[in-house]
Design a protein around this ligand. Structure first.
Ligand code: SF4
Ligand code: SF4
Length: 475
């Protein structure tokens, strides 16, 4: 027995039908979102970029329309990733491998490249003939033309990716002028190569051999999950239309036309049962429905169904209504968790303040004893203004009796219990703060508090941070 399965090129046939049209729609939407999003503009005023979705690695910010995420708020991104993971579980539990069949990037780009194949080489039979034909001028020209289109799509795909990390119009100009960062060219080169190879040549092999998700999904599917299934009790024994017409009682509905296999993008025969190669794209349903219509039999010989419903139908009962199929307990549990995380994130987003403070005490030396017996500690304090405009912010000392403070940019004589600074828009302003407490002050905890003072939106927002004041041991 060979442990290696020889690769057979799949040449899916063109098909039209409701699922194919749905696939077109999903492809249009997903590719439109991917290629178009970086070009959406969003006015954030003069102090922030105008790109609606931007991962600004240099300044450590993530912008998404009106939302700006700072590094210390990364839990929002983590929450979104967790929601995406649970969302996949939810979709799988409700409608089987719909992600694989419609929205997975590998599926979408493979589908796109298969349309390029049809456009250049023709439909299934023409492509199979061309594959077998010896190399000559016509085959060379077609291959060159087809691979050039692959390359353009791949380059465009890689190019779109880097636009999420910098201002898209500026980066495009710099890219073509040769003055973009080397990492931009390297990223485009890597993504062009992987898209060209995975979408143009590896195709269904990624789903069958490389991707771990089908293995995880098979563990998640049960007899209540929706899958694309062939109804054996209706189709078997199969036989050609001619044979069935001669001997109608002997044959089932399947006329063995192989159309379901011909249109399958992974090249499998769904009549052999559920299998890992089936991405549930439902194109075989379109193909078989068309055949059933042509031979005057009811549609649905291949259909979306749960194994439980298949057994009911085989026993002569009506299948359950769709809402019952979709709403089984595991799906509801996933939906509950997904909704709870989403609601938690929305709540956190709606109630977060755009003013912040971090405090780092100097540890070497922990304190300085002054000639008059007072004690000085120093700290690095960062005042965070997370709004897109400059703001006046007041820093105050809480819980350290008689203490005053000054900074590098003022004289020690001006030390006070509070100080006010203008913090530029969208900036964490670092201050070196010296806190001096009267003779006799002992080591103790205290806090800094920052309060936004301006009258506009966000005034009165405050944040505080606990820290420690070190002093010599009492004699
Ligand atoms: S068997 Fe049908 S649903 Fe499964 S991948 Fe092939 S065409 Fe798509
Ligand atoms: S398309 Fe339908 S009728 Fe034709 S082989 Fe497939 S299951 Fe049978």
């Amino acid at each position: 027995m060979s442990l290696y399965e020889k690769h057979t090129t799949v040449h899916p046939k063109r098909i039209d039908g409701r699922f194919r049209r749905f696939k077109w729609l999903v492809m249009l939407v997903t590719l439109g979102i991917y290629y178009g999003t970086p070009w959406l503009r969003w006015d954030r005023g003069p102090y922030a970029p105008d790109q609606a979705v931007l991962i600004d690695l240099a300044n450590r910010r993530f912008y998404m329309f009106d939302i700006e995420i700072w590094p210390h708020e990364f839990y929002f991104v983590a929450g979104l990733l967790i929601m995406a993971g649970i969302g996949l579980f939810l979709v799988t539990s409700a409608v089987g491998r719909a992600w694989c069949g419609y929205a997975c990037p590998q599926t979408v780009w493979t589908d796109l490249f298969q349309h390029v194949d049809r456009f250049v080489d023709g439909d299934r039979n023409a492509r199979m003939r061309l594959d077998k034909a010896p190399w000559g001028a016509s085959k060379l020209a077609k291959r060159f033309w087809k691979w050039t289109i692959y390359l353009v799509i791949s380059f465009w795909t890689g190019g779109a990716w880097i636009m999420y990390f910098a201002d898209a119009p500026t980066l495009t100009r710099d890219f073509w002028a040769g003055s973009a960062a080397p990492v931009a060219y390297a990223t485009v080169a890597v993504l062009t190569g992987t898209t060209f190879w995975l979408g143009g040549f590896m195709r269904e092999q990624v789903c069958v051999y490389m991707c771990p998700w089908p293995r995880i999904q098979t563990a998640m599917l049960d007899e209540k999950s929706l899958i694309v299934t062939y109804k054996h009790w209706r189709g078997e024994p199969r036989g050609s239309l001619k044979k069935a017409q001669k001997n109608p009682d002997k044959f089932g509905d399947c006329v063995d036309c192989n159309q379901c296999v011909a249109v399958c993008p992974t090249g499998i025969d769904i009549r052999e049962g559920a299998q890992i190669g089936c991405i549930t794209c439902a194109l075989c349903i379109d193909a078989c429905d068309r055949v059933m219509k042509d031979v005057g039999r009811p549609r649905g010989l291949i259909d979306y169904a749960t194994l439980e419903d298949c057994e009911r139908e085989a026993a002569g009962h009506q299948p359950r209504p769709v809402w019952k199929t979709l709403m089984h307990p595991r799906t509801l549990v996933y939906l509950g968790i997904w909704t709870a995380i989403g609601a938690g994130l929305l709540f956190a987003l709606g109630t977060r303040e755009r003013t912040g403070l971090t405090v780092q005490p100097d540890r070497n030396p922990p304190f300085m004893l002054m000639s008059d017996g007072s004690v000085r500690n120093s700290y690095t304090v960062k005042l965070r203004n997370m709004q897109g405009r400059p703001r006046q912010m007041e820093l105050a000392i809480l819980g350290l009796n008689g203490a005053t403070m000054w900074t590098d940019d003022m004289a020690k004589d001006e030390a006070a219990a509070t100080l006010t600074r203008e913090v530029p828009a969208d900036v964490a302003l670092p201050l070196r703060v010296y806190v001096i407490a009267p003779r006799g002050t002992t080591s103790q905890d205290f806090a800094f508090r920052v309060t936004a003072k301006d009258e506009a939106l966000g005034a009165g927002e405050s944040d505080s941070s606990e820290t420690h004041f070190d002093a010599p041991e009492p004699m």
